[in-house]
Design a protein around this ligand. Structure first.
Ligand code: NAD
Length: 500
């Protein structure tokens, strides 16, 4: 077995080693399959009990998990401590509503054929779900999908990113530590391990790049298994002249630079109506200049820094290319613009004089950059916002909330926050779905968030059981004509056809 070294992006030091478990996938999934029926039979209430115990364990070990997260991601302490509370909220939400979400649907008869039948739609879990995740929010992204799958009654195998497998491994170890049934496993490895999981499970939930998502969807289609894809984005921010510029500038800076810009729903490009452009830009620049960048920690100077490192060298090179190419093509970096020279830190950067021929406005940057473009009016902002293959989320800024919501309906994005950033991520009753190249299917969205891990089964029972139904053999002319008359009487909506 080969080992994978996990390095701190902040200083390049080795912070752990994991095994490449590509060849363990088949056995692990087979074991999960053995235990899944018992897990399913334990019922929603039984499963929720385990998940609540697991929530308590996670909260008790929050700092330990955050320390590991910080070491492998280079996040500042404030951001390393965001993930476990998010997961606790997800557990609470699904445990509170799971029973209702998974209750059989019992629709009444919609027509004469089912008048004497009892109809049920039953939600039965896929036996094993694979959850494959990226490096930007390793714990939150792994568990926010694993939890509804587990509560649905599925067994789950999680494959964290090869760059950040340690905190996920530590968090999932808690499941074993509380003595929960062995229906949750973690397998570490590169993309090949992920591909082997896609080949072994019954449902794949993937979060990551559009390129990998496309490969997974192709393979899932060949196997005829469903997959949910949460992919990349190039989220626009539209600032209208009547916006609260102070709040909008604060939001742009946090929304674009939080987690070093490595957030699927980061503000990646900003369009500002001409009358407030200069004012908005100067507020953003002032805020960005105040940001403190570096490595803090729980034990030494927690909350000392706002901005951490990028996750790896490849990510740094993407950000550098987007900024360098823009500057070469005539853009200006009003603040930042280059790596700091330490680890994979890149200076928080504000770019102006940008246009849509530049990679920084078209490709996902996933870095601490804020390219800002002046537009004539809201129509131009909407047109440019939609000029992208992505459609993850967007934000609109105006004091006229109704106008903001009307503009939201013209945006091609799975979520729009009006006068806010990221809040939709916390709105678990709403679907989180990438449109266009940003995804397939949705996570969350109330009952959908848990039912997606289930196959629906229709169960129809006869309440009245004569020797034979009128439609059955043998066919007789009199009965046939009578049936046709009755059918028309019920189906048609006008007198002539009813009686004809
Ligand atoms: P990635 O696609 O390179 O890797 C993601 C995961 O897929 C890793 O665990 C990797 O090992 C695995 N993988 C790679 N090749 C595979 C294959 N052929 N089959 C199965 N698994 C395979 O993504 P990344 O660079 O780790 O993450 C960054 C991307 O994630 C960005 O594009 C970002 O926008 C996206 N993202 C999206 C969301 C969302 O909810 N929409 C959230 C966070 C991140």
């Amino acid at each position: 077995m080969t080992g994978i070294e996990v390095r701190s992006p902040a200083d390049g030091s080795v912070v752990g080693v994991v095994v490449d478990q590509q060849h363990d996938v088949a056995d692990t999934v087979a074991r999960l399959r053995e235990h899944q029926p018992g897990w399913d039979e334990s019922g929603v209430a039984g499963r929720a009990r385990w998940l609540r115990r697991y929530r308590d364990w996670l909260l008790d070990h929050e700092d330990d998990i955050a320390r590991i997260l910080q070491a492998e991601t280079g996040k500042p302490w404030a951001e390393a401590t965001m993930e476990v509370p998010y997961v606790a909220d997800v557990i609470n939400y699904y445990c509170k509503h799971g029973e209702r979400f998974l209750t059989d649907d019992t629709p009444g008869a919609h027509g004469p054929m089912t008048l004497t039948k009892r109809q049920r739609a039953v939600h039965r879990p896929y036996p094993v779900a694979g959850v494959i995740t990226p490096w930007n929010f390793p714990v939150a992204l792994s568990l926010m999908d694993a939890i509804p799958a587990l509560l649905a009654g599925a067994a789950v195998v999680v494959k964290p990113s090869e760059f950040t497998p340690l905190a996920v491994g530590a968090a999932l170890a808690g499941w074993t530590e509380i003595g929960a049934p062995p229906v949750l496993a973690c397998l570490t490895g590169h993309g090949d391990t992920g591909a082997a999981i896609v080949d072994a499970v019954d449902y794949v939930q993937f979060t990551g790049s559009t390129r990998t998502g496309t490969a997974i969807a192709t393979r899932a289609a060949e196997r005829l298994i469903p997959c949910g894809l949460e992919l990349g984005g190039k989220d626009p921010m539209l600032v209208l002249s009547d916006a609260d510029l102070d709040r909008a500038a604060n939001a742009a800076v946090w929304g674009g630079i939080c987690n070093s810009g490595q957030m699927c729903t980061s503000v990646e490009r900003i369009y500002v109506e001409a009358p407030v452009y200069e004012d908005f830009v100067s507020r953003v620049v002032a805020r960005v200049r105040e940001l403190r960048q570096g490595t803090d920690g729980a034990d030494r100077d927690g909350y000392r820094y706002d901005v951490g490192a990028l996750a790896n060298q490849a990510q740094l090179e993407i950000v550098r290319r987007h900024v360098d190419e823009a500057v070469e093509a005539g853009a200006k970096a009003l603040v930042g613009g280059k790596p700091t020279g330490t680890g994979t830190f890149f200076e928080p950067t504000v770019l102006v004089d940008v246009d849509h021929s530049m990679a920084c406005m078209r490709e996902e940057t996933f870095g601490p950059t804020l390219p800002i473009m002046k537009v004539a009016d809201a129509d131009e902002a909407v047109r440019l916002a939609n000029d992208t293959p992505y459609g993850l989320s967007a934000t609109v800024w105006t004091r006229d909330t109704r106008r903001g919501e009307r503009l939201a309906r013209r945006l091609e994005a799975g979520a729009v926050n009006v006068n806010d950033v990221f809040t939709n991520l916390f709105a678990l009753p709403l679907p989180m779905a990438g449109w266009k190249q940003s995804g397939l299917g949705a996570r969350n969205g109330g009952a959908h968030g848990i039912r997606k891990y289930c196959r629906s089964q229709a169960i129809v029972s006869s309440r009245v059981t004569p020797r034979a139904e009128p439609m059955w053999y043998p066919y007789r002319p009199l009965r046939g004509r009578l049936l046709r008359r009755l059918t028309r009487l019920v189906m048609a909506r006008d007198i002539r056809r009813r009686l004809g």
